[in-house]
Design a protein around this ligand. Sequence first.
Ligand code: FES
Length: 143
Amino acid sequence: MAYSEKVMDHFANPRNVGELPDANGVGEVGNSKCGDIMRMYIKVEDNVIQDVRFKTFGCGAAIATSSMATELIKGKTVEEALKLTNKAVMEALDGLPPVKVHCSVLAEQAIKAAVSDYYRRRGVDPTPIVGQVPECGECACHG
Ligand code: FES
């Protein structure tokens, strides 16, 4: 299965790449098997994700899914962002080849890690809200 046009577009022209100096939530997840790492920066105001950036040191599918994921959570509430699944990101990209599905999990986990950091900075325990975000080496990529 070839990559969809949308995947190729987000890979070639990723949206929201970079860092956010005034981010109030930063999360990093990784896949120790392939060595790919994704870092997500969010700026939350009034419970809404005003801005988001990402850096992905990884494969094309990981770059495309993180790009699409940032587009999907921008302007959304924190709760809405937490509901974003890797399946929804893949659907928005018109699918991924089966061997690349695990790459899309990184984007979902990176958002959860960034939101967890946001809660922690506010003195809120994120675990009951976000759940356990797997540390690098424990995530679904390794299943
Ligand atoms: Fe590692 Fe895609 S091969 S995230």
